[in-house]
Unconditional design. Structure first.
Length: 155
């Protein structure tokens, strides 16, 4: 009986720890199932962005890849241009080399997400404006082992 309880608890813990794992089975498109679940085009704005980034970094560690983290929001025109390019043949070729994580800076109501500005951006030593124009998309390549930015491409 105790063994059965321990197995059940282990299964529950494994399921809980996978809550932020990709649902698509395609490592290079970590975000697909989350976007669909939130009803968003690019960013999964209905989710906790810290957990989302943690899940993406965990996926990148497992695949031994760097993470391409892009900060933005769905109604941002430059974010949509970048997203369209990432879906082009050249963009797809690049994206396969990384685990892409799209972090929404706004919630579903269009309000600024406090956890992004008070926790995520400072922990990565990145910054953007908290009022329009936000300065997005902001993207950085992050080493999932150290959780440090290894490269921040500039435009």
């Amino acid at each position: 009986m105790i063994r059965g309880l321990m197995i059940a608890l282990a299964l529950i813990a494994a399921t809980a720890s996978r809550a932020d794992e990709p649902v698509t089975g395609r490592g290079y498109d970590f975000m697909a199932g989350y976007r669909e679940g939130c009803g968003d085009k690019i960013y999964a704005s209905c989710l906790n962005q810290i957990k989302l980034l943690d899940g993406g970094l965990r996926q990148a560690r497992g695949e031994k890849k760097l993470a391409l983290v892009i900060f933005g929001f769905d109604s941002c025109p430059p974010c949509n241009v970048l997203d369209a390019w990432l879906k082009s043949p050249d963009g797809k070729a690049l994206a396969k080399a990384y685990v892409q994580v799209d972090v929404s800076i706004l919630d579903k109501t269009g309000a600024v997400r406090p956890e992004v500005f008070s926790s995520l951006l400072p922990s990565l030593k990145l910054s953007i404006n908290q009022v329009p124009p936000y300065g997005v998309p902001l993207f950085a390549i992050i080493d999932p082992a150290t959780q440090q930015v290894v490269r921040q491409p500039s435009c």
